[in-house]
Design a binder for this molecule. Structure first.
Ligand code: BG6
Length: 494
């Protein structure tokens, strides 16, 4: 199904996200025929570009990353336009009025407009106000939707303030808060795995699950983003949004129906049921870390404090591990161990469901663990681990695995996260976008961590290329458990 005819206005069009993610995503959607021929993109930023120079820049970006032919590239780029605007000056937004009128007429869009705020967060409150000053938020002719990039606020208070600012000019049904983890096919698959199989659902609760591990590991450091990252840290950058959304998908109840409200009601319920973190939790069930210099594969790797844009005395965490619990009937008492970090040994996002062992080990003292490993990325896969008899005499059990790999569904065209989410926003489907109540509940949950950091809480060091501070091992070892140490590839069993 194609989208409605519409115009996409990208604020921050000269920025990194636009040429690295948004334009390539739109290009691919165009190439596979998912966009209506009547679409246009109006890039907006302060830089003095025009349609031609903007097209040239986007063409270069696409040539770097996409497989393309000159014909498709030209055809796609002919839909791109540009308008220079001083984005903090309401009067200057007046320039958008005739530009949009021209595009709406040319592409017969009936006024349908998708605004994308790919700007520094300081503009997230300003842009809606400036659009409203010229009536550009009004839905009297065609829909008007606005996509907000993360971060949605900096803490609980600023998230609420941001909401108030945006809600003054856009209603909740017009607001699309993008968390690109929700656009990942494998994250969505969690729901299908859980709710379309009679096999898993009966076991998916405190009676059969011992604990859950969620890992969002990255091998890269902060690269060129030191300036941004230092104001954010692993907690705000990955945990409060991406990993809590993944946790919600693992833990939520089946939605009554698959639509935006029903799904997001269940996500919000999980966020509200997270057991509030106490002082004891932040002191004993939380580990924050920062990577130090090391040699990885014969190459010197900088420590976080030596990265560009990072103050030499920074206390920003590049690693975080937390033990938390969900207080509801399904999960009471089941620990969720969640960790994320930069400069870890591999790039891997995965969930491990550890099932309880048999009540009594009949065959050997070390009965194999039953685990379901859900690999979100890379090398997307699901692996079920259980025990079978080791061939030969006796009845010794050994762990075996049954694996499914996404690559085996090679004939399916899997959309990337940004492709999927842009398409959904154009179709008006907010199911995979964060809703305001869940965002606030997530901030509320993490506030004690922010307070702990603010009050000088401990930041451990870990060598780049390792699985984080030893304290993180100790955190899980307190209950006799260990973190899985996944390699980037599912094949290499560890
Ligand atoms: C972004 C963070 O939201 O997600 C980055 O700002 C992080 O720091 C990235 O690297 C991870 O996304 P992915 O899709 O590569 O796992």
């Amino acid at each position: 199904m194609q989208t409605d005819n519409n115009c996409i206005v990208i604020f921050g069009a000269s920025g990194d996200l636009t040429h690295r993610k948004l334009i390539p995503a739109l290009y691919n959607l165009y190439k596979i025929g998912r966009l209506s021929e009547n679409f246009s993109v109006l890039g907006v930023a302060r830089s003095e570009l025009n349609d031609e120079t903007f097209r040239e820049k986007m063409r270069e970006a696409l040539l770097e990353t996409e497989e393309t032919t000159p014909e498709t590239l030209d055809a796609f780029c002919s839909h791109l336009y540009y308008q220079a605007v001083n984005t903090s000056d309401a009067a200057d937004y007046g320039k958008l009025v005739p530009r949009l009128e021209e595009l709406h007429t040319k592409y017969q869009t009936n006024g349908n407009t998708l605004y994308y705020m790919s700007t520094p967060p300081s503009l997230y409150g300003v842009i809606p106000e400036c659009l409203a000053a010229h009536g550009l938020n009004e839905e009297k002719d065609g829909w008007k939707r606005i996509i907000v990039e993360k971060p949605f606020g900096y803490d609980e208070k600023t998230a609420q303030e941001l909401d108030v600012q945006i809600h003054r000019f856009f209603e909740e049904h017009q607001i699309y808060r993008i968390d690109h983890y929700l656009g990942k096919e494998t994250v969505q698959n969690l729901l299908v795995l859980r709710f379309s199989n009679g096999l898993f659902e009966p076991l998916w609760n405190r009676n059969y699950i011992d604990y859950v591990e969620i890992t969002g590991a990255e091998a890269i450091g902060v690269e060129e983003r030191g300036g941004y990252y230092d104001g954010s840290g692993a907690m705000r950058d990955m945990f409060q949004n991406h990993l809590l959304q993944v946790l919600a998908m693992v833990a939520m109840e089946p939605p009554a129906i698959i639509n935006a409200n029903s799904m997001r009601d269940e996500v919000a319920k999980v966020m509200h049921s997270l057991r509030p973190l106490t002082q004891d939790d932040v002191e004993h069930n939380l580990v924050l870390g920062q990577y130090t210099a090391a040699e990885i594969d014969g190459k010197e790797v900088k420590g976080y404090l030596q990265e560009k844009g990072v103050p030499a005395n920074s206390r920003t965490e590049t690693f975080m591990a937390l033990r938390c619990e969900i207080e509801n009937w399904r999960w009471a008492g089941v620990p969720f161990y969640v960790r994320t970090g930069k400069r870890l040994p591999a790039r891997v996002t995965e969930i491990v469901i550890h099932f309880k062992t048999t009540p009594h080990p009949v065959f050997s003292q070390n009965a194999p663990e039953n685990k379901l490993i859900i690999r979100i990325q890379p090398d997307e896969a699901i692996s079920m681990r259980f025990g079978l008899k080791k061939p030969g005499a006796g009845f010794e059990a050994k762990e075996v695995s049954m694996d499914f790999r996404y690559a085996d569904l090679a004939d399916e065209q899997v959309l990337t996260a940004y492709e999927r989410l842009l398409l959904d926003a154009m179709k008006g489907d907010a199911t995979l976008f964060a809703r305001t109540d869940a965002v606030h509940a997530a901030w509320k949950f993490v506030q004690p961590i922010l307070d702990y950091k603010e009050a000088g809480g401990r930041i451990y060091e870990y060598e780049a290329g390792t699985w984080g501070p030893i304290a993180a091992e100790k955190l899980i070892a307190k209950s006799g458990r260990v973190w899985r140490k996944p390699s980037g590839k599912m094949k290499k069993k560890v």
